[in-house]
Design a protein around this ligand. Sequence first.
Ligand code: SAM
Ligand code: SF4
Length: 475
Amino acid sequence: MTPPPDEMAPASRLDTVTATGSMPAKTVHVRSWGCQMNVYDSQRMVDLLAPLGYRPVDEAEGADIVILNTCHIREKATEKLFSELGRLKTTKQEKAESGGNMILAVAGCVAQAEGPVITARAKHVDIVVGPQSYHSLPELVARASRAKGEPILMTDFPVESKFDHLPEESVPRGVAAFLTIQEGCDKFCSFCVVPYTRGAEYSRPPEDILVEAKRLAQSGVRELTLLGQNVNAYHGEAAGGAVWSLGRLIGAVGDITGIERIRYMTSHPNDMDDELIAAHAQVPELMPFLHLPVQSGSDRILARMNRKHTAAEYLSAIARVRAARPDIALSSDFIVGFPGETEADFQATLDLVNAVGFAQAYSFKYSPRPGTPASSAADAVPEAVKSERLARLQDAILDGQTKFNQACVGQVMPILLDRAGSRPGQLHGRSPYMQSVHVAAPTHLLGAIVPVRIEDARALSLQGSLAAEPCGMVA
Ligand code: SAM
Ligand code: SF4
């Protein structure tokens, strides 16, 4: 799953769950850091608290519950958590001075990994809850309301799946929504905390996913992104015992009335099986976009990362997908400055970037994570070298991205208009290739998929206008 973008090119994903719906008395504010899976979890936390009368609000100030849903992928997220907790100490005091009580909860992967550190360093935190236990929030909130002062720590990996306890959506998701189908990871890349914070790989049963997808479609969702830390390792067991692959699941989601676009992330190169690749050729709803992290172009570094694939195997997976869907837009994740990375190793990464021609990519400086095998390596790369390599890598990525975007100028593409634009008279939309597109269009078209002629391209976005003719690039 793609982590927060401190060092990466595309826009920030520091999201808040926004306020909509009816107006009961109590309020909850959820702030979400990190990947799309955290955004999904944050929405589900709001759903869990809705039956207790809590409605979501955009500001922490005055809220009855504040939840910080954290990410532990790299150091900065932990620092951000503690600085946010410092700010919220005042907010909590102000609420108490006005006769109220603000329950402060820390959720997500930092909660899982550093629960006792959080309660020791920030004594005003009431609840610490891990990503596999947040379905207990209603009970934890009730306990915190009774036992003021004593922090509650819930970071177990319960035997039962939290998904069995999640209610229906309490607020509409808009036209584009996330749906988590798989969690956890058994791959143990030597740099990554996910197997420790999210636990072992788990796939939801296909029937449960289809019920949720149909509900989302009925509420107006047209684009669905299926999520998992290793989404293409999905192997959900159906009621009759058959095990579904991601390719099969995508076909079934594509059959749901109202779902017009499907995406999935994040994938591992070793799990690009034939059924999934065939789906790219056969399921018209599956968008021509694939986020496939490679991390490095050097086989020596890939081996030290315990990635279990070489650069050539990665390129071969890409060639197979391109054979099925020649116009596919590719995206990836890169880590620079992994321990022992030489200039030659880094050059191999640049060579891979230039060979593939990514439509976008995320790049990070290696950040040692406590408890991971790579964190104890003796041959760390100096910070200055990491920064210098990151800048060169991002130049190469932006170069490829700009070329990809410029090749779209003059094309007519189907654009899903998903929100208001930054300028008056403009709407924001997404192309099939995940590009941000700014379109001069009236607001009544929000939520529609419309043909747009692309007139201008920058590194990070496209500009276009409504077209009378049908789309030329994607059916
Ligand atoms: N499962 C995906 C895969 O196989 O690559 C990625 C999941 S991971 C949560 C998201 C991305 O964060 C990774 O692809 C990697 O680029 C980055 N990342 C993970 N651990 C990191 C670390 N210790 N330092 C820097 N970046 C890291
Ligand atoms: Fe982390 Fe590797 Fe698992 Fe991806 S495959 S979540 S990078 S351990």
